[in-house]
Every structure is written in structure tokens, then in C-alpha cells.
Design a protein around this ligand. Structure first.
Ligand code: ASP
Length: 318
């Protein structure tokens, strides 16, 4: 498991983000790489602006994720991976550590910013998870203008889908493809008032069956936050993260076993890897300590803290 060495200082507020635990394809141009790095910087800066003036961790994680959804270069919102039928089908969740409120949406084909709809579900208060056409209808009721399916589709994702469909006919060649056929974006934050929040948004995995829902919108699997403990956003082989309830498992180890966030997060990623699932997560505890372990070849990630520390990692494809 790789992790971030600078994980331990206590901070007044902190924000960590990820852009997916997925190796970037070798075919990615320098311009694409710069755009990914620029997106991460924008997402961090957007969250920083909220947290540095005493804004809430909830608003910060939502705003950071929204920037990544709009980028066109990460697996969320516009530019997300495509399902077998060629549609982007999007999942997202947000959780407020204060009062453990949560909202989530899944299998959306027409909502530009699933994280905003997840927030509406949460604020509406009646339900936690809305899916498919019921969620799309709710988006319209909330004043969101539906997007055409074509809004989400990029050349790169069309090519990846074509390759993935081809690769199923020649399974021997699939491992490299599997590495970059997923991704997800997420954010976790501690605000100056001591509240934690987590948000995750994804297109899931390339060539997925329509209707497939991953871990990202499932509270406790891909997304979790509990004040006084930690907030977590995961990325990787969703089916494993669901079965291992990865995000709440990290918090449970902090809560019941008294583990530091770094050990709790690394243990969970190690156990999922031992079971055959690759991926990573970002986690933050109530003191602002950040942990970002991953078992995949790389994880796009970054963090900013109230002491001025700022870092972004986007490994170039090998
Ligand atoms: N966890 C996401 C899913 O399974 C994909 C990813 O993060 O790579 O939907």
C-alpha cells in the first residue's frame, strides 16, 4: 500500500480530494494531463476558499466535487466513463458528519452535477437514496435542467468503451485496460467548527451493465462521515468496497479500536487488496489528519490545510 507521508499534523481545517485510483492511459496527451492537474488545483482552491473563511466542510466537499464533475477529464459528470450501451450513468453521495445526514443518487443519465442532486436529496430530508428516473424527476422538481445524454460523452471515453468491448473478446489483454477504465472523484473535509463531511461522484466502470451501481453512492461503502471520528471517500473496484463496507469500516476502526486514521485506512485498503480488489481512499479525522492510501498503480489526489500546506499528485502514465 502506498500512502502519503505528511499525514499527521493537527490542523484547524483541512480538505483532501481524489480524482480516482486508476492508472492514467499512456495515450493521454500532455494537454490532458495538465488539464487533470489544473482541475485538481481548481477543486482544492474552491474548497479552500470556503473553509478559510469559516465555511462548512459540507459546502466545501460539494463545491470541490462539482469542479471535478465539470472538468470533462475525470470519471464524474461530463467526461465520465460509459456503460455498455454508450451512456454515462452517474452515481454520487454526500454525507454530513454533523447528525450523520446523507443524500445519494444513482444511475443518472441527464443530471450535470449529481453531487448537487445528492445534496438536494439530503436537504429535502425525506429519503437518502434516489435512483434512475425517480431521481431524474426529482432533479427537475428541484429546478435542474436535464442535459442530453450527448453532453456527457467525450471522444476519449468512447474510445475506451470500444477497447473494453473488444477486450472482452480477448480477455488476455484486459488487465491494463481495467486499470484505467474506472476512476471516481471525491472530497473529505474538516471545517474550522470541527465538523466533518465527505462527497463522492462517479461514472462507475467502463462497459458496465446498465443499472449497475457501485460503492460511491452507498453510505458506508464509498462515502461516510461522522463527527468526532472521520470522513471517507473511496475509489476503486466498487464491488469489493461494497462487500467490505470500506468507508464505515475505516471509521469503525477509529471508533472501536482506537486506531489512528492512517492505520485504520491502510488496514482496510490492504484487506480489500488481499481479497482481490484494488483501489484507494481519502480519509480525514477530527483533528484534521489526512490519510490517502491506495493499492492501485496510482491515485490522483491532493490536499490543502489551514497551515498553508498544499499538495497535488498526478503521476504521469508509465
Ligand atoms: N468505485 C467506483 C465504482 O465502482 C469506480 C472507481 O472508483 O474506480 O463505481
Amino acid at each position: 500500500v502506498s500512502t502519503t507521508p505528511s499525514a499527521s499534523a493537527v490542523q484547524r481545517w483541512a480538505l483532501a480530494i481524489h480524482g480516482g485510483a486508476s492508472a492514467l492511459p499512456k495515450t493521454l496527451s500532455d494537454q490532458d494531463l495538465q488539464q487533470i492537474e489544473g482541475t485538481l488545483r481548481d477543486a482544492l482552491e474552491t474548497g479552500r476558499r470556503i473553509l478559510s473563511v469559516g465555511g462548512s466542510s459540507l459546502d466545501a466537499v460539494q463545491a470541490s466535487v462539482r469542479v471535478m464533475e465539470n472538468s470533462g477529464v475525470l470519471n464524474a459528470g461530463r467526461g465520465a466513463v460509459l456503460n455498455h450501451e454508450g451512456f454515462a450513468e452517474l452515481d454520487a453521495a454526500i454525507m454530513d458528519g454533523k447528525g450523520r445526514r446523507a443524500g445519494a443518487v444513482a444511475a443518472l443519465r441527464h443530471v450535470a452535477n449529481p453531487i448537487d442532486l445528492a445534496r438536494c436529496v439530503m436537504d429535502h430530508g425525506q429519503h437518502v437514496l434516489l435512483v434512475g428516473s425517480g431521481a431524474e424527476q426529482f432533479a427537475i422538481e428541484q429546478g435542474m435542467v436535464p442535459k442530453l445524454a450527448s453532453y456527457f460523452v467525450t471522444e476519449r471515453r468512447l474510445k475506451e468503451l470500444k477497447e473494453a468491448v473488444e477486450a472482452t473478446k480477448h480477455p488476455i489483454a484486459t488487465s491494463d485496460l481495467a486499470e484505467h477504465s474506472k476512476g471516481t472523484v471525491g472530497a473529505v473535509a474538516l471545517d474550522a467548527h470541527g465538523h466533518l463531511a465527505a462527497a463522492t461522484s462517479t461514472g462507475g466502470v467502463t462497459n458496465k451493465h446498465w443499472g449497475r451501481v457501485g460503492d460511491s453512492p452507498l453510505i458506508g461503502s464509498g462515502t461516510y462521515a461522522e463527527d468526532g471520528l472521520c470522513a471517507v471517500s473511496a475509489t476503486g473496484a466498487g464491488e469489493y468496497f461494497i462487500r467490505y463496507t470500506a468507508a464505515s469500516e475505516v471509521c469503525a476502526r477509529v471508533k472501536y479500536a482506537g486506531k489512528p486514521i492512517e492505520s485504520a485506512a491502510c488496514e482496510v485498503i490492504n484487506e480489500i487488496q488481499a481479497a482481490g480488489g484494488e483501489g484507494g481512499l481519502i480519509a480525514i479525522d477530527s483533528a484534521g489528519c489526512v490519510s490517502m492510501p491506495y493499492s492501485s498503480r496510482s491515485m490522483i489526489r491532493g490536499q490543502v490545510r489551514s497551515d498553508g500546506h498544499w499538495e497535488v499528485f498526478v503521476e504521469s502514465p508509465e
